[in-house]
Design a protein around this ligand. Structure first.
Ligand code: IMP
Length: 223
């Protein structure tokens, strides 16, 4: 259900500070439902030359999302929305957390494609959880979103979580949709399917990105 329009001077577009095409698709799908008419522009549209990626040196999702939103808003001269997301696994003390995208390589991923990196990350998680019982394989996807203006001022922050369990080796990886750890991540009341087996519109109704976007949409309307 779209949110009612309360403020006709509300911010009506942002640049999405990510190079991950899956995230662009998910965010566009989610925001088009929540805030019809709100425009999400890709970085390539907003900047004639590729911008250097700021180093994600934060220890939390909020710190990293803020680093990206502020750097890209200053570089493009436009309001930027950045998200930082990842998987927290309780039995691993919250890892991979902020290093979810390069867990397998500890930063040395040169030459790997995104999908090679995703499968290696997944393999590392399955190896580390060997011997852990299904009930103790709990975790959550977390997404933090930040909007910054071109002066570097943070205008809005929001956080969403998507709880689930990591399947066991042999039972997962499974599924044809999504990205990253989706093929391992069992969801629903019965934990009987992975988030990679959900069709994209179902994932977009339940996901951490959806929950963060709902909070952010409310804030955007009041800006
Ligand atoms: P970021 O680009 O630094 O936010 O990295 C996010 C990483 O967390 C991704 O590369 C994935 O490994 C993982 N991740 C975040 N959201 C999802 C999701 O919806 N499904 C599967 N993996 C995710």
């Amino acid at each position: 259900m779209p949110l009612p329009v309360r403020n006709n001077r509300a911010m009506n577009q942002v640049v999405l500070a990510t190079a991950n095409p899956h995230k662009v698709d998910e965010m566009r799908a989610i925001f088009s439902e929540l805030l019809p008419g709100f425009v999400i522009r890709g970085l390539a549209d907003a900047a004639p030359v590729p911008l250097p990626e700021p180093p994600e040196t934060g220890k939390t999702f909020l710190e990293n999302a803020t680093i990206k939103a502020v750097a890209y808003a200053r570089a493009t001269g436009q309001a930027c929305l950045a998200d930082d997301s990842g998987l927290e696994i309780d039995a691993l003390g919250g890892r991979p957390g902020v290093i979810s995208s390069h867990y397998c390589t500890d930063g040395r991923e040169a030459g790997m494609t995104r999908s090679q990196r995703d499968s290696a990350n997944n393999q590392r998680v399955l190896t580390e959880l060997r011997g852990v019982s299904p009930e103790d394989r709990t975790g959550r996807f977390v997404c933090v979103m930040v909007i910054a203006d071109p002066t570097g001022k943070v205008l809005a922050t929001a956080r969403g979580e998507f709880p689930g369990r990591i399947g066991e080796d042999g039972q997962v990886p499974r599924g044809a949709h999504g990205f990253g750890y989706d093929p391992l991540f069992l969801v629903g009341p019965e934990f009987d399917r992975t988030s990679s087996e959900l069709d994209p519109s179902t994932k977009n109704r339940l996901s951490h990105r959806r929950k963060a976007a709902e909070q952010l949409a409310r804030i955007i309307q009041s800006l």
